[in-house]
Design a protein around this ligand. Structure first.
Ligand code: DON
Length: 317
């Protein structure tokens, strides 16, 4: 006999699911630890929680602090990778790998034995090489402007900004990233002056977006590479599939296996506490809770996505 309590996976009531998730997260005592190695992030309240779910038909469900902007940090690596693939195509893979690292997001160890080629574009080292590629013949200011225009176009929202305080904070305290960039420059895999490359990297990480804006920006990955509003192709369906595959396998660093196990969704986290998750063909989802787990991924954001999948059956498996 069907279980009366079982969720209706065929037509989930998204409005109440999203509302109930936010209500549960509001009451949770264990909220993780807010990142403090970037000064401006340390001041964000761990009480915050937001969620936005945008469906393939454009319907949007939000709850909690879904309209409060937060620092997207490493989630920007998805947009940077998309732009860099557009600029140089698959030649990018000669300079960046496609394997999970099993190491912390800011680790340097594998670079020594792997000739300065980072394991994937979502760890810091990989994203710094992607920034180097994006610089091309541009000055950092132009490349930053182009990135911001791209993200605004994806989200159909011209109000998205870069938080200059966050960017400057990282310029002053980002010693590990400075080390990574110099180390890869020694291998010839960073080709521009390190200050310029990191100028771009730190500013892309400092883009501030709300859950609603982030879920909107992720729609092309839900929609086989198409921007659903304009109908324009952002990337080919094959490239969208591949970016999703990399998010699933590498999007949460040394916590990628655990995230995939719990949610079954491609996802990309940031130390600001945001996660962009994609249910291909179905929904683009953004969650935000600033407290992180021991791997630097949002503690309640992950739990919220796990709950969402339990109630909707959106796991890709
Ligand atoms: O480079 C850094 O350390 C930060 N701007 C971004 C790191 C990050 O978001 C890792 N994510 N969980």
């Amino acid at each position: 006999m069907p279980d009366a309590q079982a969720p209706d996976l065929a037509s989930p009531d998204l409005a109440s699911i999203v509302h109930d998730i936010a209500a549960e997260m509001r009451l949770r005592a264990e909220r993780g630890t807010v990142a403090d190695y970037i000064p401006a992030l340390a001041t964000v309240s761990p009480d915050r929680f937001g969620i936005a779910v945008i469906m393939a038909d454009g319907t949007c469900h939000t709850a909690g602090d879904a309209d409060e902007a937060f620092s997207i940090q490493s989630i920007s690596k998805v947009f940077a990778l998309t732009m860099a693939l557009g600029a140089v195509g698959d030649a990018l893979w000669q300079r960046v790998g496609r394997e999970p690292s099993g190491s912390a997001f800011n680790s340097i160890v594998q670079l020594e034995s792997e000739h300065g080629i980072p394991r994937n574009p979502f760890i810091n080292a990989g994203a710094i090489v992607v920034s180097d590629i994006l610089l091309g013949n541009h000055e950092p200011r132009e490349a930053i402007g182009e990135m911001l225009r791209f993200v605004r176009a994806l989200a159909s929202d011209e109000t998205i900004r870069i938080d200059e305080t966050v960017a400057q904070g990282e310029l002053q305290t980002g010693f590990r990233n400075i080390a990574l960039a110099n180390y890869m420059r020694a291998f010839g895999n960073v080709r521009h002056p390190v200050e310029k490359v990191l100028g771009l990297y730190f500013h892309q990480c400092a883009i501030a977006m709300s859950c609603r804006q982030l879920a909107a920006a992720g729609r092309y990955l839900m929609a086989r590479g198409r921007h659903p509003e304009s109908g324009r192709s952002v990337v080919s369906p094959r490239r969208a599939r591949r970016i999703n595959a990399l998010m699933l396998t590498c999007g949460h660093y040394d916590g990628s296996g655990e995230f995939a196990f719990r949610t079954g969704l491609p996802g990309k986290s940031g130390v600001g506490g945001g996660i962009l998750a994609i249910a291909p063909g179905v929904a683009s989802i953004a969650v935000w809770s600033p407290g992180l787990n021991e791997r630097g991924n949002s503690l309640l954001g992950t739990l919220a996505l796990e709950r969402l999948v339990e109630h909707t059956g959106w796991s890709v498996f």
